[in-house]
Design a protein around this ligand. Sequence first.
Ligand code: OGA
Ligand code: NI
Length: 320
Amino acid sequence: MEKNIKFPVIDLSKLNGEERDQTMALIDHACQNWGFFELVNHGLPYDLMDNIERMTKEHYKKHMEQKFKEMLRSKGLDTLETEVQDVDWESTFYLRHLPQSNLYDIPDMSNEYRLAMKDFGKMVENLAEDLLDLLCENLGLEKGYLKKVFHGTTGPTFGTKVSNYPPCPKPEMIKGLRAHTDAGGLILLFQDDKVSGLQLLKDGDWVDVPPLKHSIVINLGDQLEVITNGKYKSVMHRVMTQKEGNRMSIASFYNPGSDAEISPATSLVEKDSKYPSFVFDDYMKLYAGLKFQAKEPRFEAMKNAEAAANLNPIAAVETF
Ligand code: OGA
Ligand code: NI
């Protein structure tokens, strides 16, 4: 209980006043100790958020619920006799905004819903870029450093995962989403203000991320851990299923572009870094099969790949 009370909630509007320094310090503390924080007064319009919540719930009822129920039947999840470890109890679809939008390829969205998602995407993208600069300031990196690293040659990858976690008759048998760290950069989550379920791992305990109306939950992905040389951490999180209520979550991922070169920032490395350097897409290929495992072996595997790549010129000489 006590841990819930301490969960970092940050009033972003205080950045414009005399509490700027304390607010920056709270953000830094959250990035170092939680990998998560919840923003209020972030500037995203509440009426847009309300519309999106309403339309997401309507869209689920109208176009997704039936498919979800069929999925349960086809995977034998409608009876849940024993614990299930390899499937998640969620209904999702993905919108990509950058580098190219797929908004008009997604079936069954009303024009109003599409336009709201487009506006929301743009605003969340701007918020993500503002936050990256706040992180730079706290890290002593020049303004624009993180944005530039994420840019690669084609700009960042930015997308939104729209999820519903429907009520589950036996929550102890299956997770809404199994524990993982996020692979990318910055994640900005608009979550249901009533139905809870998101938890993060803090000092060995699972801690609730409390629902808070009109807030945006921020968390850091593996790439920020690598770039900050471990000063900031990506943190394990999961979604629990609930007996009552359908939990909505709209998670936007501000990630590096596929050819972005990721490595620890030199100014944050004292001697050698324990983190690898790599091209973001190579990390994503590895992550695809290892998402629900610890991040450390992924970092190790990328280090080995880096070492192997460094050997390549020699191998080439020997082969030819
Ligand atoms: C994710 C995730 C949390 C949520 O999609 O990576 O952690 O609340 N989602 O949907
Ligand atoms: Ni996640």
